[in-house]
Ligand binder design. Structure first.
Ligand code: G3P
Ligand code: CA
Length: 306
């Protein structure tokens, strides 16, 4: 039986209107995609070290995308955590990376006849029964797959900040609107959160564009490495380009920084997934603004940043 109280906020997402989202106006000028002569002075990395994001929580040390992982990130001293959001069969948003439950839960033991154990084929109540911690270590037995609402409430309780990834949006029509609805219900769409505590990202440019259209005030990021000639198109709807670290160079980072995003600020770069000191120093030297890492303490020791 699915009993966690926060889960009672099951997704009544169909039919809600955009006005519920209450978007506010974005900065007007200069326009997106234009050159950014004053931009570099306003980027985060110019005033200190790169921002360090605890990927899926501190996923090197605790089971990814669980409340334990963000609690551990908090204890290690990290404000920013990253997660992955998908949707259950009955419309609940949950925090999990893979599109199946097999790798990070005991679903094969609990539901042996439900192969291939896709997230979208299980109800929230069924997923709530699963152990999402024992695969990582017995000390984490009992960890569960959190709903997005449960996760947001814990991040808030920890006074942390969230880099939220909409994962596999092609599998979940309308997940952008639904994610914003849950964020709003949890108090994450007020001015303070939007301006300082929340970034929404996706590998899907369409998904990022939809989020930007629904809430133009939100900071968004596209996961990938567009070519330099294509960057101005991305600058129309996203503030950041977040690439795999092996795909970038200092010149490419500079090209991103040279453009203004939809809020009139220089575009920024947060790269992933960097778990060793040498690579952290390498991408820092390229000028990245943030580093997304499973081992945030290792990166902090190498390049500073929190
Ligand atoms: O935040 C960047 C990173 O999470 C993207 O890759 O597969 O770990 O979600 P993945
Ligand atoms: Ca992710």
């Amino acid at each position: 039986m699915y009993v966690r109280p926060a889960a009672a906020t099951a997704a009544a997402f169909l039919g809600f209107t955009l006005t519920l989202l209450g978007g506010t106006a974005q900065a007007a000028a200069p326009g997106p995609g234009t050159a950014s002569p004053a931009g570099p002075a306003t980027r985060r990395a110019e005033v200190g070290e790169p921002v360090v994001y605890a990927h899926r929580g501190a996923a090197a040390y605790a089971p990814e995308n669980t409340l334990d992982s963000i609690d551990l990130a908090r204890r290690l001293g990290f404000d920013w955590v990253e997660n992955d959001v998908q949707r259950t069969k009955d419309g609940e948003l949950v925090v999990i990376h893979d599109d199946t439950l097999a790798r990070t839960t005991d679903v094969e033991q609990v539901f042996p006849d439900r192969k291939p154990w896709r997230v979208k084929d299980f109800t929230a109540a069924e997923i709530a029964r699963l152990d999402a911690g024992s695969w990582f270590g017995e000390e984490y037995a009992g960890a569960f797959v959190p709903t997005l609402r449960e996760y947001l409430d814990r991040v808030q309780g920890n006074r942390q900040k969230l880099l939220l990834e909409i994962k596999n949006p092609g599998l979940y029509p309308g997940i952008e609107e639904q994610t914003l609805k849950v964020l709003g219900e949890a108090g994450w769409l007020d001015e303070r959160h939007v301006s300082q505590r929340l970034v929404v990202q996706s590998f899907s440019a369409d998904s990022v564009r939809i989020v930007h259209g629904l809430r133009p005030d939100l900071v968004t990021a596209f996961l990938g490495t567009p070519t330099v000639p294509d960057l101005p198109k991305y600058a129309e709807f996203t503030d950041r380009i977040n690439p795999w670290h092996t795909t970038i160079s200092a010149d490419w980072v500079a090209a991103v920084h040279g453009l203004r995003g939809p809020h009139g600020k220089a575009m920024e770069v947060d790269t992933w997934t960097v778990d060793d000191a040498a690579t952290a120093r390498k991408v820092q030297a390229m000028g990245v603004d943030g580093i997304i890492t499973n081992a945030p303490d290792v990166v902090r020791d190498a390049v500073g940043g929190v």
